[in-house]
Write a protein that binds this ligand. Sequence first.
Ligand SMILES: Cc1cc2nc3c(=O)[nH]c(=O)nc-3n(C[C@H](O)[C@H](O)[C@H](O)COP(=O)(O)OP(=O)(O)OC[C@H]3O[C@@H](n4cnc5c(N)ncnc54)[C@H](O)[C@@H]3O)c2cc1C
Length: 456
Amino acid sequence: MKSIAVIGRGSIGLLIALELHKNHPDLDITLFGERSKYSASYAAGAMLNILSEIDCFNVELPLTKWKLKNRSKALKEWDYLNDYLLNNQILDKSIYTSFGTSMSIENSSINECEKNSFDSVMKAAKEFNVDIEIINHDDQQEILIKDEHSVDSNSLLGAIDSYLQSQINVLDTNVRSIKKNAHKDWSVIDENNNENIFDAVIIACGSWSEKLISQSQDIPLPKIQSFYGIGCALLVNSQLPHLKDPNLKQIKRTPNRGGTCGIHGVQRDNCVYIGASSHVSHKDLKLPNPESIRVLIEGTQKFIGINISEFALGFETAMGYRPVTSDHVPIIGSLSDNLFCIYGTKRDGLTWAPFYAKCLVNNMFGKLEMDWDELLNLCSPSREHISAGSIDDCIDLYLLTKEWEDYQHNQVFDEKKKQRLRKMAQEAHDFINRDSDIKIGLNPEIINVLYYRNCV
Ligand SMILES: Cc1cc2nc3c(=O)[nH]c(=O)nc-3n(C[C@H](O)[C@H](O)[C@H](O)COP(=O)(O)OP(=O)(O)OC[C@H]3O[C@@H](n4cnc5c(N)ncnc54)[C@H](O)[C@@H]3O)c2cc1C
């Protein structure tokens, strides 16, 4: 193989391009893509969280078990990346911005999703021998995960992007389509209709990957649909230099709450990041929902302990699209000879980007990576929809998350609404099971979007 195109300039595309450049210096590498304002990677917190991403919805899934099994290796890749960036003077200070994760839950919490997710984290830590500390305060319980840190995704990815611009071919243009040629190589056609030929192509366009595949000739579209997981966060800082900036040494977070957003505070290089809302849609909505902003502002004071009425405190918003698939499992693997794709990483793609990049590149060049085949089997682009559980259980969980979502957003959840949502959930399940012998249950977060995209 002499030439390769990497399409997409988010965390996955950038780290694949860096990995190729590091280990295959003779390869002709071209990185395509505009830096979209809505790139998930630049909107990310970016917590390198694996244990604290466990919740009551995903704790028993095979993908979660795979992640927990490979947790230390994925975190180690961040240390190697840090060393590489420092040794090559791509960055002049460590990439880490907060050290360790503190996850807490108030003893008075009546939110069942939150309580179950907190218990799921403890259960997973025990099962996979993760070193955690449990602290019982008067009014809350806290789990400390010492080896899960955060990075500033903007400084980090910005630095890698600039470095790659000086080392490989980086084209600031999106790709319109890909075409297989008679000689078994690939044509990549950009938005200006320029055509370039490559021996191999990797599609890493996050939420936009499905669109690119569907615009390309003779490339099989995965059966699993993909959506925009719209996420919004606040970037909080003091506007006057002589006043003290809010500062967090550790990641502070609540457990994940399924359909409703868990709140987290993360240190960035020049602000505190408060994240993040989550709304899965088949439309690329461009503006944050005011209610999401209200909940984040409330959480800044209540959970993160930053006094929001402090003089001169200000905030901006960051928004991006988490790439979400309809079964919440990423799509990773080969679409055709020398054509690979990797997208659908949802809320932890940044954490896994260095590890995925290393395994994917090694695998392409015939080097075996332990456990990678297992992931490829789970995430194959030609797979059938993976069930999230029995249909009845999934509908019950969906109604429970909707109830707590409404509670958090001060909305009324009455019997009439419950009946309407149950009917929607049933129709979304009827749709996904229309041609299936086995009965597939849907993750609560996906039911609304599947219903609106396919059943209305
Ligand atoms: C608010 C928020 C908070 C998050 N927090 C975390 C976190 O704390 N930890 C964590 O691990 N993950 C987090 N995530 C998830 C994480 O950001 C994603 O899983 C991951 O970064 C996805 O990376 P990506 O490269 O696949 O996609 P993206 O970052 O979306 O990048 C895709 C790129 O492809 C480009 N592109 C699109 N179409 C084309 C085309 N036709 N041709 C060429 N290029 C194209 C886009 O412009 C973009 O640059 C968060 C996401 C959001 C939105």
